[in-house]
Design a protein around this ligand. Structure first.
Ligand code: GLV
Length: 319
C-alpha cells in the first residue's frame, strides 16, 4: 500500500508526478494553500508532508498528525518548522540545501545593483513618460568598484556572494559565528571582522544568515545607527533578522542611503512606510526563483520525502 502524502501548495508538475509514482498524494495544485483548519483536517491520515517555507508547521499542526513520519520542506531555511516538536515525536525533517546557492547569490547582486543604481525607480520614471532627455544628475546612484562589502552569515550563499564581489574589485569583510578556515578566507579574499566593525565600515551590507533566536532582530535600531550614512543594506535571507520598523525609520530619516529587501518580517505584509519610501527596492521573496532552481528544490524535497517514507535516511536530513 502506497503511503499517504499531503502537499500544502502548488508544486511543479514534474515533482508532483514523481510523488504520485510513489505515494497517494493530496494537494499540490493550489497556489493559495490551505487554511490552518484545513491543514489540520487533511494531515490527520497522512504519513508524509511536503510543505513550503510559508507553512508554519508547529506543535498544533503536529498534534493533528498522529501518523506523520516526515516533513519535507521545499526550502533551504527551516525556521517555519518547530524542530524541537518534530524531534520529540520522531518526525524527520528535511530541507533543500546546495541547489539554490548560485541563484540566490545572483539575485543578491541583482538587488545590490538595483538598489545602488536605482533601477526600479528609473524604470517607473521612464514608463511614466517622465524622461525628457539626458541630465547630468538624473538618478545618481552609488558606485561599487573599490568599495567595502560586508557579508553577515558566511555559509554557502555568503561565500557565493563573496566570489562575485571580485568582479567589482570590492574589499570583502564578513561576520559569522563560525569563522572560515584561513585557506577559505584566502580563496575568497574575505577578512573576518566583528559585527560592529562590519556595520560601521561597510558600504554595502548583505545578510545571508539563517533565522534563529540568536539572529532575530540582529539588525536592530541600535545596529542601524552604527552603519554609515551612505551605506546600503540588502536582505535576501529572512525578514525577522532585520527590525523592519526601525529600518523604515532609518531610511525615512536618511540615516541610511538605501536598502534592498527580498524578505520581510511578517510576509506577505510589509511595513507600510517602506512602501512609501523611494530609497528602498522591494522584491517578493524571489531569491531562488529560477525555473531550474525551483525544479531542483521541488525534486529534492520530493525525493527526501519518499526516501524517508521508505524507511531510509533522507539525503538532506535536518533532524
Ligand atoms: C528560501 O528562502 C529558502 O529558504 O529556500
Amino acid at each position: 500500500m502506497k503511503p499517504k502524502v499531503l502537499v500544502t501548495r502548488r508544486l511543479l508538475p514534474e515533482a508532483l508526478a514523481y510523488l504520485q509514482e510513489h505515494a497517494r498524494v493530496e494537494g499540490g495544485k493550489s497556489r493559495r494553500g490551505l487554511t490552518r483548519e484545513n491543514l489540520k483536517a487533511k494531515i490527520r491520515d497522512k504519513d508524509g508532508l511536503l510543505c513550503l517555507l510559508v507553512d508554519q508547521i508547529d506543535r498544533d499542526i503536529m498534534d493533528s498528525a498522529p501518523r506523520l513520519k516526515i516533513i519535507a520542506n521545499c526550502a533551504v531555511g527551516f525556521d517555519n518548522i518547530d524542530l524541537g516538536e518534530a524531534r520529540k515525536r520522531g518526525i524527520l525533517v528535511t530541507n533543500t540545501p546546495g541547489v539554490l546557492t548560485e541563484t540566490t547569490a545572483d539575485l543578491t547582486w541583482a538587488l545590490i545593483l538595483a538598489t545602488a543604481r536605482k533601477i526600479p525607480q528609473s524604470d517607473r520614471f521612464t514608463r511614466n513618460k517622465r524622461f525628457r532627455g539626458w541630465e547630468l544628475d538624473l538618478f545618481l546612484g552609488k558606485e561599487l568598484t573599490g568599495k567595502r562589502l560586508g557579508i553577515i552569515g558566511m555559509g554557502r550563499i555568503g561565500m557565493a556572494v563573496a566570489l562575485r564581489a571580485r568582479t567589482f574589485r570590492m574589499e570583502v569583510v564578513y561576520f559569522d559565528p563560525c569563522r572560515l578556515t584561513p585557506q577559505e578566507e584566502k580563496t575568497l579574499k574575505a577578512a573576518f571582522v566583528p559585527l560592529d566593525n562590519l556595520l560601521a565600515s561597510s558600504d554595502i551590507i548583505t545578510i545571508h544568515a539563517s533565522l534563529h533566536p540568536g539572529t532575530y532582530h540582529l539588525i536592530s535600531a541600535e545596529n542601524l545607527r552604527l552603519m554609515k550614512k551612505d551605506a546600503i543594506l540588502v536582505n535576501v535571507a529572512r525578514g525577522p533578522i532585520v527590525d523592519e520598523k526601525a529600518l523604515a525609520r532609518a531610511l525615512a530619516r536618511r540615516q541610511l542611503w538605501g536598502a534592498g529587501l527580498d524578505v520581510y518580517e511578517k510576509e506577505p505584509a510589509i511595513q507600510p512606510e517602506l512602501l512609501r519610501l523611494d530609497n528602498v527596492v522591494l522584491l517578493p521573496h524571489i531569491g531562488s526563483a529560477t525555473y531550474e532552481t525551483r525544479l531542483r528544490m521541488a525534486m529534492m524535497a520530493a525525493r527526501n520525502l519518499i526516501q524517508g517514507l521508505k524507511g531510509g535516511r533522507p539525503d538532506h536530513l535536518v533532524v
